[in-house]
Every structure is written in C-alpha cells, then in structure tokens.
Design a binder for this molecule. Sequence first.
Ligand code: PLP
Length: 516
Amino acid sequence: MTMNNVGRPTAPVAANSATVSTFTGNLGLAIEEPLLFEVGRADVTGVDLEDIGAFEPRLGGLVRTVPVDLPGLTEPETMRHYVRLSRQNYAIDLGLYPLGSCTMKHNPRLNEAMARLPGFADVHPLQPLSTVSGAVELVAELGRWLLELTGMASVAMSPKAGAHGEMCGMATIKAAIADRGEARDVVLVPESAHGTNPATAAQLGFRVVGVPARADGTVDPEEVKKRLGPDVAAIMLTNPNTCGLFERNIIEIAEAVHAAGAYFYADGANFNAIVGKVRPGDLGVDAMHINLHKTFSTPHGGGGPGAGPVVLSDRLARYAPVPFVRFGQDGAAEFVETRKAAGERGLKPFGRITAFHGQMGMFVRALAYMLSHGADGLKQASEDAVLAANYVKASLKDVMTVAFPDRPAMHEVLFDDRFLEGTGVTTLDFAKAMIDEGYHPMTMYFPLVVHGALLIEPTESESKASLDQFIGTLRHLAEKAKSGDVAAFKAAPQLAPRRRVDETLAARQPKLAHQG
Ligand SMILES: *Cc1c(COP(=O)(O)O)cnc(C)c1O
C-alpha cells in the first residue's frame, strides 16, 4: 500500500470498497441519494413567492381538490440532489463510451457556446420570418451541407430524432406510392436492422418481410431480388450495416429495388463512418435520415431534444412534410406552413410530423461542428473513426472472437460470445464487469445476427492512450473469464451505485414518484 510522507495510506484500504460499511451509506464521494419526494417537506420552499390572495379560478369543474404534493426543498438541497444524481451517471465527458450503433462522440464546447448565442437560443417558432432571418439562414446552410455530403436533392429538417426521421422518410415513400396510384404494402428489412426500421414500417401500415444475412454479415442481393415484386414499397437498409460492415453490393441492390418500382430507404445512423468518403445519393438512396447526434456531434439527450433531418432524392422531394422554409428565385425566404400552401406551389407534402421547423439548438451545434472541421476535417473524422475501430479489433482478436474477421470493420467492430464458451460467463456478465472497471458497457445482444453480440464503437475522438486502456481492460476481463473466475463476473458490478436491477420491471412499471 502506498503511504504519504506521514505514514497514512494514499488509497482506500479495501480494494473492494463495497465491503466497507458506513453510517450514511455514502462511500467517500459516492453519495447515496434518496428521491426528492423522500426528503422534501411540504412547509419548505426555495423561493419567496408573494401570497396571491383570494381569486376566482376560471377552471370550472377542473379546479384541483387535493394538494399538488410537490416536494418542498431549499435551493441548496435541490442543487445538491441533481448534482449528486449527475455524479452517478456515466457520460461522454467522463470516459470512453463504447456503445456501438450509437456513436457517442465528443460534444465540442464550441458548439455549446454557439448554441447559447441569444440570436439562436432565444428565438421563438412563432416569430415573424423577418425577425429570424439569421436563424433561417443557418438552417438552410446546414441543409446545404447535408445535401452536399449526401449527394441528395432535398432535405426535410423537421424530424426530431433518427427514428422520427425514419417515420418521415417512410411516410414520404408511402405518399409517393399512393400518388402513383399503387398499393404496395411490403417493406423489406434485413435481419441485422435496428429495431426502429421494422417498427417504423409496421407503424405506417406496411408488412415487414425479413431478408436473411449472408455468412459474411452482409445482405445478399439475390435474397433481396427473390423478395422484390409489385407489392414491395421499399427496402430499409443500413450502410455501413449494424455488424460494422460496408454493404458491398449496395448498388446492385439499389438498382434491383428501383427496377421493381420500389424505393431505397437508407438508415443513416452509421453515416459517421463514411462522411466525405461516400455519398449515399451516388449509391441510389431515395431517403435517408441523419442522426445529428451520431454523426455531427450534437449531444445525445435522454430521448431529446434531438434532430434527425431526412435527405430525399428527386423522386421523393415533393412529398416532404410541412412546415418548411422555401427560398424563391431571388433568394428570399418564405415559410410554407400548410399542405394547402405547399399544394399551391406544386408540392404534395404527406402532412406534418412536428409542430414547427425542427430543433434549432441542434442545428446550430451541427453546423458549428461542420464549419469548425471543414470538409477535410469531416472526412478525417470518418477515417479516424474507422481506424480506431480496426485498432480495437486487431488488438483484441486473439482473446475475443471477432464476428466477421475477414472483412475490415468500419467505425464499429462486432464481437460474438464464442470466446466465453465454456466459461459460464455471459455477454451480460462481461458487460457488468466492465462497469466495475469504470466503463459504460458496449452495445450488447445487438445486432441479432450473431450470438451474444458485443458491438464496440470507440469513435474518432478517443486518443490512442484512451483506446489502449480500454483494450487493456477488455483483455484483462477476457483472460479473467477464461481463467475460471466466474463468481467475480456473476457478482458484478460491485462498485456501482446500484448493482443488477430488475430492468424489465423498471421499464414496465417505473416508479418515478413516491406512492403517497
Ligand atoms: C440509433 C439508431 C436508430 C434510431 O435513431 P434515434 O436517433 O435513436 O431515434 C436507427 N437505426 C440505427 C442503425 C441506429 O443506430
């Protein structure tokens, strides 16, 4: 044990501090935090509000009859509660976040500074166009970059997430098919697809038909062709796919899809691997969402606020949703708010999917990222992301099993659980052990095309030192699993604020407030 110059230990006495018990339940700086409802008192408030006196409510029969029952707390108590909770979170600003298919990349601080400029942060969606011309120009400029990078004809900026963009793009396809007077109701979805693809298709009333993966993890164009016919509306394909592999036969697939009268929807979640290298428009894509939080460094935030603009081919552009901003011949901007107004301009929007024009704060961040990197920097980010994933792959292939070893990985590398065979340790146990080592686990059990998937995406912004520490950790854990120390894995995590919660129960019956 290391001692300081007066003989006191410089590190915790017990390596496993979970076995140390304290009066408070706190462990050093890891503080146990109850719910606000458990500590709040009705007679406490953090603000000094004026007594509103007697008044006549205008709520008719809707007047509240019981107290709201919000917890009363002082301002310092409230601050501490949220800061303590934030310290129990893993975050991209704390360490490497290896989730595959999610691209948890660094959020540059420059973006944050730009997004907080009052001219962007304080605009209201109902302001007259003449008062927000700078903000409108920014959205148009971002759209221009997206079109340039994707080689597409048009962009719908309003969707609020990747999945929302899928909904938008597929609704556009549905409208185009209806406009052709056809009744195509089948959407082809490869087995390796993200769950949002079949969910989106089903939600729009399409029937989902699966396309099996080849042994090398990619989509077989022959399997696609077998399923194409007059009933097929579209294929939803991710490229690079969720196995981290570039779909080599993408053009052949696109041509077959078009020849059958169907559309090619590309899931753009993995665009981070190919920005500046490949333009989806050149591959025959008709619609693709772009998760600004995966490719253009905007924060992933608890389900929102997000932005998932959809780029569209010429064949689909006129069906894009309202509202949008349009630029006339003279460059002057106008809001097109309704289907009727769009119709008068010769367009046929499928409808509306958001109240307003999209997520301004995310637009500012994404454009700040693009401008600060430049076209060459964006391309290099993709190259570095691919390099980092292949470095992880090469460094671990002797102790873990790479699912598709013969193909170069793109920006993420997929392992399966063959390396754990016979150890009694599962992918889940392995992931839990990573938490004790201070890492958020990688994506587990997805994609479904391999057994016990461990999908790792380091991203371009990790240094070699950071990658080496991560690789060292996984190597250590893989060797520990093989050495027969199964009990340590089953007990993990031991050092986290919570151990293994019942995730199904927590998802199905979340307890977000105390029950009276
Ligand atoms: C993340 C992801 C989505 C959904 O995007 P969200 O922005 O999370 O709604 C869809 N497809 C793939 C492949 C993804 O990784």
